[in-house]
Design a protein around this ligand. Structure first.
Ligand code: CP
Ligand code: NVA
Length: 301
């Protein structure tokens, strides 16, 4: 593995190996055991969108690994004023040992990887959010003891989260069902990939059909970063695409709920379901730290 750009690039073995390493690193934190595997290394973190979890977990993760993280806001850096990504990649490769980037176009992340000479990590694009899905899989495996054979259900916008959950879930042996309204379906590349899994993948516009016998229910905001102006139109389109008590009655006993956060109570999830599953959701947020440290060690160690 040279980069971590999207789960479509990863093998099942690579994903499982990262999850095992993430569990090990989490144990070191809990035991207070020093694990300076990235001593003297610097990670640049380019943000063209807002973040709480991604920024704090990557920065803390690098510190715990004995390295250093540098926050680079596109508001201040030349990349935000139009300096070509190809040049930014080549310049930053002379200073840093790795780059994590959160941006709009997946293309930009791929360009950084093509022109730079250091590992690139995708911290969210409009296309995917692979680091988040590693944390989700780690959390589901912790709670359920396995991944293979479980049924994952995603309700809502066919966005970056949906794209990565479909790929990640199918690659680790889960059955994946997705309910999205017409016009808000996952990316066609992802749907083509999912087709190869036959009846292990289901796409419907009916949340009730998707939720049936689920072991884990997942949702995300109706309007992602960059879509703020579509909020009203989207609120109409996604009416009914909500994880609520009624939908939860269709799922398997002990069904978990995951949400990448930030959450909008009363929109994609009710406050009741959110609070009933808050421990699982905040375990998921915590696991961003451990899962990303595994990615950092694998790529930069
Ligand atoms: N889930 C997630 O990526 O959170 P942030 O936007 O706060 O980084
Ligand atoms: N789909 C959301 C995820 C945020 C972590 C967004 O892109 O804004």
């Amino acid at each position: 593995m040279k980069h971590f750009l999207k789960l479509l690039d990863c093998t099942t073995e690579e994903i499982i190996e990262l999850l095992d390493l993430a569990d090990q690193l989490k144990k070191y934190v809990k035991e207070g055991k020093e694990h300076h595997f990235l001593k003297g290394k610097t990670l640049g973190m380019i943000f063209e969108k807002s973040s709480t979890r991604t920024r704090v977990s990557f920065e803390t993760g690098m510190y715990q690994l004995g390295g250093h993280a540098l926050f680079i806001s596109s508001k201040d850096a030349q990349i935000g004023r139009g300096e070509p990504t190809q040049d930014t990649a080549r310049v930053l490769s002379r200073y840093l040992d790795g780059i994590m980037i959160r941006t709009f176009e997946q293309e930009e992340v791929e360009t950084l990887a093509n022109f730079g000479s250091i590992p690139i990590i995708n911290g969210l694009t409009d296309f995917c959010h692979p680091c988040q899905i590693m944390a989700d899989l780690q959390t589901i495996r912790e709670h359920k003891g396995k991944l293979d054979g479980l049924r994952m259900c995603y309700i809502g916008d066919g966005n970056n989260m949906a794209n990565s959950l479909i790929v990640g879930g199918l690659k680790v042996g889960m059955t994946v069902s997705v309910a999205c309204p017409e016009g808000y379906r996952p990316d066609s590349k992802v749907l083509d990939f999912a087709k190869e899994y036959g009846d292990k993948f289901l796409l419907t516009d009916d949340p009730k059909v998707a939720a049936k016998n689920a072991d884990v229910m997942i949702t995300d905001v109706w309007a992602s970063m960059g879509q703020e102006e579509e909020q009203a139109i989207r609120a109409k389109a996604f009416d009914g695409y909500q994880i609520n008590d009624e939908l939860m009655t269709l799922t398997n006993d002990g069904c978990m709920v995951q949400h990448c956060l930030p959450a909008h109570r009363g929109e994609e999830i009710t406050a009741e379901v959110f609070e009933a599953h808050a421990d699982e959701i905040f375990d998921e947020a915590e696991n961003r730290l451990h899962a990303q440290k595994a990615i950092l060690v694998k790529l930069m160690g």
